[in-house]
Ligand binder design. Structure first.
Ligand SMILES: [Zn+2]
Length: 124
């Protein structure tokens, strides 16, 4: 498998929110709860303390970029009232990080696994 094919495989696993190692085990036990280990292969998902900080940063950046892309043109065009802008401005910054929580976390794990493949002797 080439590096490009391996990368696409990991992206597909990340989008499906599956284990980056085996591709079968689910990452999430609940809406926001992550399994400590893959239920299928036993891979430890949190590879080090603070491992998910990068996922949170990606989530924040993507959410804020989308807010800017949505809010600035709306405000500049004056197509909607100030009341609607305030409602959107107070709800979207809360909703987008919640919506992106699972995809950014699982994609973060996939990208990390591509850059730092699991050493099967000490992480399983
Ligand atoms: Zn697995």
């Amino acid at each position: 498998m080439t590096a490009g094919e391996h990368f696409l495989l990991l992206v597909r696993r990340g989008l499906r929110q599956r284990c980056p190692v085996c591709g079968r085990g689910k990452i999430f036990a609940g809406i926001f709860k992550t399994y400590e280990r893959c239920p299928v292969c036993g891979f430890a998902f949190e590879r080090e303390p603070g491992y998910y900080t990068g996922a949170m940063a990606v989530n924040l950046v993507v959410s804020e970029l989308l807010i800017v892309i949505i809010a600035v043109p709306l405000a500049a065009s004056q197509a909607v009232s100030v009341t609607i802008l305030i409602i959107l401005g107070s709800t979207i910054p809360i909703l987008l990080p919640l919506i992106f929580y699972r995809p950014t976390k699982s994609l973060w794990m996939s990208f990390d696994h591509f850059i730092h493949p699991a050493d099967t002797t000490d992480e399983m």
